[in-house]
Ligand binder design. Structure first.
Ligand code: ARG
Length: 403
């Protein structure tokens, strides 16, 4: 085994990473620094702190990354209207590169030669962590205990905990828990009964949204302000990125917005089924498309839509810090220079629908499109020639086919 001097562990304080902490200390016999990111997962951090102290960790980092998460990761991604496989808003995918960035930063600061994470060998998250570390500092080694130790099941994990006097919460003793990942953008739930895609997800899986059936009978109208592609206000009130997303999460959750039951293709080569709740993100995607609809040129908008699946796949597969993602980002960001204005939406029983949009930089011309007499010179005969030329090759083709 390679000699390791010091490790920075991505640590949630949950059972898995508590066991990983112990295992690292035992296996490598070196100092482990813990890093816990507050991404708005809505957990208390005192228990994580206390558990790390109990495990003898001297350097415990708990850092509030909510603003950085939303402004530097979520918003740039939203500018692209990114959706993986047409539906997934990438809530877990976009959080990993941020965590990796801070793991690398702390490793450099404290002189650690390795970072460790609790992602398993079957998932996407290991790729996202490790490809980011590769791109940011190739000198840092990565330790992935789930791929290295000989713990092979939930049972063995609990046995290890018992042997090392790591407290196991009573609800974790019986059945294996769902695998849940939460942050300000979404909650994802996988595993257990969800592993059968033919089975309907039980109601209690949903933690952040009411069932649309039980949502208020009265719709709620909200207005979101955009500046250069990014949301900046809700109902006229300016907010920081994290505060704005938090506000929309509350509104969306109350109206059952953002639920998704999805079978997706993991990068590693298997299909998996998950339940997602992306409340504010779902509202923002609709709103951003709304403001783009009046401010983007047609060809610019269509080009964005062409590259979007590619861009989303890069994020899903863990290539956030890769040159091609940065190149696409530059293109996307440039397109947003005039994407400013206001969008009004109706939240109602699970849906977030745009009902109006306005912008000082609008390309929309009522004068041009009107069915009434128009002041703008538009010669209807031009359309005749336009159609005749576009139809030229179709007429040749049809004649050849003998139609
Ligand atoms: N399948 C989703 C993705 O790859 C969610 C992963 C959630 N991670 C977790 N540890 N449960 O983005």
């Amino acid at each position: 085994m390679t000699k390791i001097e010091k490790i920075v562990l991505s640590y949630s304080g949950g059972l898995d990473t508590s066991i990983i902490l112990k295992w690292l200390q035992e296996t490598y016999g070196c100092e482990v620094v813990t890093f816990t990111a507050d991404l708005g997962q809505g957990e208390e951090f005192e228990p994580a702190q206390a558990k790390a102290e109990m495990a003898g960790v001297r350097d415990i980092r708990i850092v509030d990354l909510r603003e950085e998460f939303v402004s530097d990761f979520v918003f740039p991604m939203l500018r692209a209207n990114a959706l993986y496989e047409g539906q997934y808003l990438l809530g877990s995918s976009i959080a990993r590169p941020l965590i990796a960035k801070h793991l690398v930063g702390i490793a450099r600061e404290v002189g650690a030669d390795a970072i460790a994470h609790g992602a398993t060998g079957k998932g996407n998250d290991q790729l996202r962590f490790e490809l980011a570390v590769n791109a940011l500092d190739p000198s840092i080694k990565v330790i992935a205990p789930w791929r290295q130790w000989n713990i092979r099941s939930r049972m063995q994990l609990l046995e290890y905990a018992e042997k090392h006097r790591i407290p196991v919460p009573s609800d974790k003793r019986g059945e294996a828990p769902f695998s849940i990942d939460a942050n300000l953008l979404h909650t994802s739930t996988e595993g257990k009964s969800l592993e059968n895609p033919a089975e309907v997800a039980p109601d209690h899986i949903y933690q952040r949204t009411v069932d649309p059936v039980d949502a208020p009978d009265a719709p709620e109208i909200i207005t979101i302000g955009f500046e250069r592609g990014d949301p900046v206000s809700v109902n006229g009130k300016a907010m920081t990125p994290a505060a704005l997303l938090t506000e929309l999460n509350g509104l969306g959750g109350r109206h059952g917005v953002g639920r998704l039951d999805l079978v997706e293709n993991r990068f590693i080569g298997m299909k998996s089924r998950g339940i997602y709740e992306t409340r504010g993100g779902t509202i923002l995607l609709a709103a951003h498309r709304g403001i783009e609809s009046i401010t983007l040129d047609r060809a610019a908008a269509h080009l964005k839509d062409e590259i979007m699946p590619r861009y989303a796949e890069l994020i899903y597969n863990g290539f956030w810090f890769a040159p091609e993602r940065e190149m696409l980002q530059a293109l996307i960001d440039q397109s947003q220079a005039f994407v400013s204005g206001e969008v009004t939406l109706r939240l109602y029983k699970g849906s977030a629908s745009v009902i109006s949009r306005a912008s000082p930089c609008s390309l929309y011309s009522a004068d041009l499109v009107t069915f009434e007499e128009s002041a703008i010179a538009f010669d209807h005969h031009d359309a005749e020639g336009f159609i005749r030329l576009n139809g030229l090759r179709l007429r040749s083709w049809a004649a050849r086919n003998g139609r």
